[in-house]
Design a protein around this ligand. Structure first.
Ligand code: TPP
Ligand code: NAG
Ligand code: MG
Length: 973
């Protein structure tokens, strides 16, 4: 109702003085106007005062007209009468606002009474109440001040409605009929919350215009054939593998033609690549009949001989397929992303991958690549990541310019009824946070479904915004085929058992109206059954059993033909001095003219320049060097996360802000060379699960990109734990998927309390797959092959692994935490271990203790060693790569100091940090002949103390132990 009014407030730029708000107008005594209607006029009046274009032409004319003679004053009771008489004097019918109100009420609330449930027993909005302002029976006419005798009177139609077609007036009887047809039959529309009149009108036109929902015979036959495939595919699986779980689509077979309609229509409008994410329900059917994966590849998944993957792979593996779209004769690529059981977790991943595909093809408006997300009703309402994903949908660096969401709303989640599974009327209400239009449709009316889907596709193409199609259906069997639904939903399932399958209903209808003959229908079924049988025979051939057919994002040319890395060596990572200097200079400059930066920032840039001159780099500058040198090689770099542009610790400053011009920014990293890859740095929404998932998806699209996600503090990564556990740690093992995502996790015990200290390295280490007890065989390629075997870790490799970097906080500014150019120039490489190279290393036989450590505690140890004058007696060696464990280099270190105690020192508590990971591996190196002592904080339940004093006392205590050379005398291990 407030479309016009709200639209106007959003329109225009900049603040505008609000018009004075008089007190509410007196109610008119006119019987045909309900109270809300006069408010409506009032609101429109204010909107019109602000912006005359914001209201409909007729109202603009009216307000101008009344204003001409005497200013319109909503206090005056006769204003509405003036409008009525004005309309009448222009030859318009007697009581237009009755019709207007009627139309409006159907628009806004018609979906509540639409017949959406194919079972006819449930209310899709969980409420059987029928709003009294919706005319469903003649006796409710009184609500509008109308009488049965008015039914055949002709009414002027509001100009905003399309129900009249070419007519501008209709009898009341006809108005009601058309409104009910549009808004209260098998389609329920929710869209009047959209703040844009044009968009609302666009939707109204699509649904209100009489006769829009007509299909040609050809279209009907295609639809029938697609239903045949959808249904017979499930039947075939049920026949051949009667005791296998397949999470069948029965009860929502229409989902297959629905997706195909979306894809056909989108292809027609220029889409070349569709990326899909979906849960278990109907997944095999989508692979077979939407992606058109060869059936034998699907059937052989049921073969226990298939060596790769775990038991549930068959409905989790991804897929990529290029083919010609039959309907449009254009090439189309379809990809279905591999996903874990964890419902909805794949949503942001699909969005990230879609964004990347758009980015690499320069499809900045999303006209070539789009995503479709499928959801179950319970998961869509219940899982928070859905909400996080919606909130990415309109952010410039995360938008995919509109996603089509399809909900398989079978009105049940496993054994739970909808009324126990959500607090909102519909499972789709979450989409209302971004004002996406929501089209509910009864899945037993295939033509209505097809129509809704084609409008959804057109919507996405026209406005580039999200849209939701809610397929209200049922689940014919239990949650899976082995499950008994009558235990928990007895009455629903009594009804379901009586339910005629949609294919039969639709076939009967088309046979009855002569569109197809019974014989044609039966032939269609026999034809598809034959296709299945033939594929089944082919699936017995062992040769086709190979997991490599199941990649959602192949990286053409990156691997050799067998999917193996092309080489097994690490390329050098050093870069030339000139390059370091050049990057350092750009990092210290403002590369655009007349750009005024903050004076504090000028100081930071001067310090960078100074460092560059002195050939030293701190962490922030080192990051510049690394990113910059990739950009030079044409490798796109993307850094995303909360506040990453400046950096949580104000050290990065990759985006400069003009102090005088609003929103004027500059990214020096994009001014390094004329020819360079683009650098994307983007502050994300305040989400970890959604954003990390998104970046993981982004990193899937191409191996030649560095995609980094940074947590604000490492502590917060655990809200994205599902992405870490289900995708990053295990993705390659489950789905043969390489991924080079980099996680930057600020970590360090600095007395900042239990929520700002620990990135929980122990959890990553626990999930690392190198064996603590197996002593590896060393070879030339030990370093690289160890990386290849492991599940996560580096960048310039002939394969891709996720990398977890525990990044510094206080070390960002520590004067000693700097490197010289000498460690970065050509010929240098990453150092997995930095051995002691001071006095102790020169006389190793005299060394009493070797302390191994990693990260920030090193600086505390070095300082303390100096204070205690123990530089000859104690060696300190740093691990820069913790996992996979550098067995080879540490073996050398250990052998160098035969008479020393071995100590692992960490600032983290004993049950966190690295100790549990390194201890058994050190023991394996020395074959259990020497102890490895622990020095660090005591075990604790929280990651850190919140008390600064306790923090310092415990630091003091473990430093004392670290340098007490008698501490372990006589102790057993
Ligand atoms: C995050 C997560 N929690 C729980 C489960 C277990 N689970 C699997 S299916 C299911 C019910 C899903 O219901 P719905 O989303 O309506 O889809 P449907 O099975 O009805 O198609 C549940 C709870 C899961 N897979 N993922
Ligand atoms: C697509 O998204 C980008 C980034 O926000 C935006 O600039 C562009 O206008 C959008 N395109 C369309 C057609 O909406
Ligand atoms: Mg469900």
């Amino acid at each position: 109702r407030a479309v016009a009014a709200r639209g106007s407030r959003d329109a225009g730029n900049g603040p505008r003085p609000a018009p004075p708000r008089p007190s509410p107008p007196l109610r008119t005594s006119e019987p045909f106007l309900s109270g809300s209607n006069s408010n409506y006029v009032e609101e429109m009046y204010y909107a019109w005062l602000e912006n005359p274009k914001s209201v409909h032409k007729s109202w603009d004319l009216f307000f101008r007209n009344t204003n001409a003679g005497q200013a319109y004053d909503p206090h005056l009771p006769d204003q509405l009468e003036r409008k009525a008489s004005f309309l009448q004097s222009h030859g318009l019918a007697q009581t237009p606002s009755k019709a207007e109100k009627l139309v409006e009420d159907h628009l806004i609330r018609g979906h509540h009474v639409a017949q959406l449930d194919p079972l006819g027993i449930l209310d899709a909005d969980l409420d059987s109440f029928v709003p009294s302002d919706l005319i469903t029976t003649i006796d409710k006419l009184g609500f509008y001040g109308l009488h049965e005798s008015d039914l055949d009177k002709v009414f002027q139609l509001p100009t905003t409605t399309f129900i009249g077609g070419n007519e501008n007036s209709l009898s009341l009887r006809e108005i009601i009929k058309r409104l009910e047809n549009t808004y209260c039959q098998h389609i329920g529309l929710e869209f009047m919350f959209i703040n844009d009149v044009e968009q609302c009108q666009w939707i109204r036109q699509k649904f209100e215009t009489p006769g829009v929902m007509k299909f040609t015979n050809e279209e009907k036959r295609t639809l029938l054939a697609r239903l045949v495939r959808s249904m017979r595919f499930e039947d075939f699986l049920a026949r051949k593998w009667s005791s296998e779980k397949r999470f069948g689509l029965e009860g929502c077979e229409v989902m297959i033609p629905a997706l195909k309609t979306i894809i056909d229509k989108s292809s027609e409008m220029g889409i070349e690549y569709v990326i899909m994410g979906m849960p278990h329900r109907g997944r095999l059917n989508v692979l077979a009949n939407v992606i058109r994966k060869e059936l034998e590849q699907i059937f052989c998944q049921f073969d226990p001989k298939l060596e790769a993957g775990s038991g549930d792979v068959k409905y989790h593996l991804g897929m990529y397929h290029e083919r010609i779209n039959r309907a449009t004769n254009k090439k189309i690529t379809l990809s279905l992303m591999a996903n874990p059981s964890h419902l909805e977790a794949v949503d942001p991943v699909v969005q990230g991958k879609t964004k990347a595909e758009q980015f690499y093809r320069g499809d900045t408006a999303g006209k070539k690549v789009m995503s479709i997300l499928l959801h179950g009703d319970a998961a869509f309402a219940g899982q928070g990541v859905v909400y996080e994903t919606f909130h990415l949908s309109d952010l410039p660096s995360y938008t995919t310019n509109g996603t089509i969401h399809v909900v398989v709303n079978n009105q049940i989640g496993f054994t739970t009824d909808p009324r126990m599974a959500r607090s909102s009327p519909y499972p789709t209400d979450v989409a209302r946070v971004v004002n996406a239009p929501i089209f509910h449709v009864n899945a037993d009316d295939p033509e209505a479904v097809m129509y809704v889907c084609s409008v959804a596709a057109e919507w996405r193409n026209t406005f580039n915004k999200d849209v939701v199609v809610d397929l209200v259906c049922y689940r014919r069997r239990g949650h899976n085929e082995m499950d008994e639904p009558m235990f928990t939903q007895p009455l629903m399932y009594k009804q379901i058992h009586k339910q005629v399958p949609v294919l039969k209903k639709y076939a009967d209808k088309l046979i009855a109206d002569g569109t197809v003959t019974l014989q044609e229908f039966e032939e269609e079924i026999a034809k598809y059954d034959r296709i299945c049988e033939e594929a089944y025979t082919r699936s017995k051939d062992n040769k086709i059993l190979h997991i490599k057919h199941w990649l959602d994002s192949p990286w053409p040319g990156f691997f050799n033909v067998d999917g193996e890395p092309k080489s097994m060596s690490c390329p050098p990572t050093g870069i030339s001095e000139d390059l370091l200097t050049h990057i350092g200079n750009v990092a210290s400059s403002v590369p655009v003219k007349d750009f005024k930066i903050h004076s504090g920032l000028s100081r930071i840039l001067r310090a960078r320049l100074e460092m560059t001159k002195n050939r030293v780099v701190d962490w922030a500058l080192a990051e510049y060097m690394a990113f910059g040198s990739f950009l030079k090689e044409g490798i796109h770099v993307r850094l995303s996360g909360q506040d990453v542009e400046r950096g949580t610790f104000s050290h990065r400053h990759h985006v400069l802000h003009d102090q005088e011009v609003d929103k004027r920014t500059c990214v020096p990293m994009n001014h390094l060379w004329e020819q360079q890859a683009p650098y994307t740095v983007c502050n994300s929404s305040l989400s970890e699960y959604g954003v990390l998932g998104f970046e993981l998806g982004f990193a899937m699209a191409s191996p030649n990109a560095l995609v980094c996600w940074e947590a604000q503090f490492g502590d917060f990564h655990n809200t994205a734990q599902c992405i870490i556990d289900q995708f990053i740690s295990s993705g390659q093992a489950k789905w043969v998927r390489h991924n080079g995502i980099v996680l930057l996790l600020p970590h360090g015990m600095e007395g900042m309390g239990p929520e700002h200290s620990s990135a929980r390295p122990e959890r990553f280490l626990q999930m690392s797959n190198d064996d603590s007890d197996a002593y590896p065989e060393f070879s030339e390629q030990f370093e690289v092959s160890q990386l290849y075997e492991c599940n996560w870790i580096v960048i310039l490799l002939p394969f891709r692994k996720p990398l977890i970097v525990l990044t510094p906080k206080s070390l960002l500014r520590h004067p000693e935490a700097k490197s010289s150019f000498d460690e970065m120039v050509s010929g240098t490489t990453f150092q997995r271990v930095i051995p002691e190279n001071g006095l102790a290393a020169h006389a190793p036989h005299e060394v009493k203790r070797v302390i191994f450590c990693t990260g920030k505690v090193y600086y505390d140890l070095v300082k303390e060693r100096k204070n205690q004058d123990l530089e000859k007696q104690v060696a300190i060696t740093r691990l820069e790569q913790i996992s996979p464990f550098p067995f080879d280099l540490l073996k050398e270190e250990l052998e160098k100091y035969p008479g020393a105690d071995l100590v692992w020192c960490q600032e983290e508590h004993k049950n966190s940090g690295y100790y549990d990971y390194v201890k058994p591996r050190f023991r394996t190196i020395v074959n259990h002949t020497r102890p490895i002592w622990y020095v660090g904080r005591e075990p604790a339940a929280a990651a850190a103390t919140g008390n600064k004093n306790t923090h310092l006392v415990s630091l003091r205590r473990f430093l004392d132990t670290a340098f007490n050379l008698e501490a372990f005398e006589g102790k057993t291990f």
